[in-house]
Ligand binder design. Structure first.
Ligand code: GLC
Length: 446
């Protein structure tokens, strides 16, 4: 009896498409495996809003929200369609920049809140085929991703400021009547587009919904949309913004029965890891998601690398944004940062991919990730603050030490296991200006 009950409970846990996941050790045959191993992806916010590049009638703090933040009437905004001609767009180059940075997947805006589609859709003219460019951006990108072994993923906004059936209208949009608008019909439109997006571009890694916070979107609609998309491609991963369970910008899913395979903290990193919960922090390199030519508040290379490390040490993924320009190129500042991260990942990527969260919640000199190696454990010690006496203290240890090494070059380091602490002798200065990784191999599990 007990074993039947256990089996039923187990099946319930495994089959319920909730937010909590029990296969976080990367060993099971789980649709999340590739995503958990990947740890690092590129977000791309691109669309008509790249044309005004953040500026409207003398104000300069806009980006992908510009139609609403600058209150641009629909007909005026539609005029950007004739101006969007990214002749320098090269899908292979974009994908290569992501890959060289160490990223394993790309999430691009198939449609943002403005309703414009970067792909050739049969169900609207408000798409790339109406621009002078007339090339299906998503087709070119998905081909390049397939070639370079990067997972292609779509960001698709539920909220839509263009489609006549979407409700509600913006408050300031008093001239656009909502008479006759029918949200059910809008959902049908969205579903037909999602069928295109999962039918014409090969296997899709993630469907990343957004704009679910409006009052018209309901839990029932979220459940229905989740199931619909999973029916289109069964291994597709769907974020928690499909439903109503997201806790604000903190992004994790509230207690309760909500759909979504992972939480979506936005512009923030949770304070600690969350055992059994999948999450991905999405973040901009400067202040805006879409291109803003005035925004020069760029995060440093060091800051971005350390954010990636911090996130991995807490068991999360990092989705780092690029907002391309209207000519089809990435801002030079983004290119430079991607290259710097890539150089670091070339040496230290193994301390990020496929690692598990740190057993420590607080280390005064940096962060830790780990990997199980058979019966033993490899700890990756990410040293942010090089100790003044060149002695790295790893607290609270009972496992037998197998060896310690500088990850770059694997030079062996002396260790001293005194009491509960392991003390590792480091060279006189940090070999890496951003973050040096020290490997500590120990017997057994930590
Ligand atoms: C948001 C914004 C948006 C951006 C996104 C990224 O909620 O509305 O413009 O696409 O989050 O997480």
């Amino acid at each position: 009896m007990k074993s039947i009950l256990t089996t039923v409970l187990f099946l319930l846990l495994v089959l319920s498409p909730g937010c909590v996941n029990n296969d976080t050790d990367n060993t099971g045959d789980d649709k999340m495996d590739w995503w958990r191993n990947a740890r690092f992806g590129m977000f791309i916010h691109w669309g008509l809003y790249a044309v005004p590049a953040g500026e409207w009638e003398g104000t300069t703090n806009h980006a992908e929200w510009i139609r609403t933040t600058a209150q641009i009437p629909l007909e005026t905004y539609n005029g950007f369609v004739d101006k969007f001609n990214p002749v320098q767009f090269d899908a292979n180059e974009w994908v290569k920049m992501a890959k060289d940075a160490g990223m394993k997947y790309i999430v691009i805006t198939s449609k943002h809140h403005d309703g414009f589609c970067l792909f050739d859709s049969e169900h609207t003219d408000f798409d790339i085929m109406s621009t002078p460019f007339k090339r299906d951006i998503l087709k070119e990108l998905s081909d390049a991703c397939a070639e370079q072994d990067i997972k292609m993923c779509w960001y698709h906004s539920i909220m839509d400021w263009h489609h006549p059936d979407y409700l509600p209208r913006r408050k300031w949009e008093t001239e656009r009547s909502d008479e006759g608008a029918d949200l059910d019909r809008y959902v049908e439109y969205m579903k037909k587009q999602l069928a295109e997006l999962t039918g014409k571009y090969g296997k899709i890694g993630v469907l990343w919904f957004d704009g679910e916070w409006e009052g018209t979107w309901t839990h029932d609609r979220g459940v229905d949309l989740y199931n619909y998309v999973q029916g289109l491609q069964e291994d597709i991963i769907i974020n928690n913004r499909v439903d109503k369970g997201r806790r604000g910008m903190e992004g994790l899913t509230k207690e309760g029965e909500y759909m979504g395979d992972f939480g979506t903290p936005e512009q923030e990193i949770p304070a600690t890891g969350l055992p059994g919960v999948d999450w991905e922090t999405c973040m901009t390199m400067n202040n805006h998601w879409g291109y803003n030519k005035y925004d020069d508040n760029w995060k440093s290379e060091k800051d971005l690398i350390r954010k990636l490390v911090d996130i991995a040490s807490k068991g999360g993924n990092f989705l780092l944004n690029v907002g391309p320009k209207a000519d089809g190129t990435f801002p030079q500042e983004s290119i430079d940062r991607l290259a710097a991260i890539g150089e670091w990942m070339d040496i230290y990527g193994e301390s990020i991919y496929g690692t598990s969260a740190s057993p420590y919640s607080d280390l005064e000199w940096g962060r830790c990730t780990l990997k199980q190696q058979g019966k033993n454990t490899r700890l990756y010690l990410h040293v942010f603050d090089w100790p003044g006496d060149n002695r790295l203290i790893v607290p609270g240890f009972e496992n037998k030490i197998k060896g310690a090494y500088l990850m770059d070059g694997m030079a062996k380091l002396e260790t001293d296991h005194t009491g509960d602490n392991v003390i590792i002798d480091l060279p006189g200065s940090a070999p890496d200006e951003y973050c040096t990784v020290v490997i500590l191999d120990v017997k057994g599990e930590v």
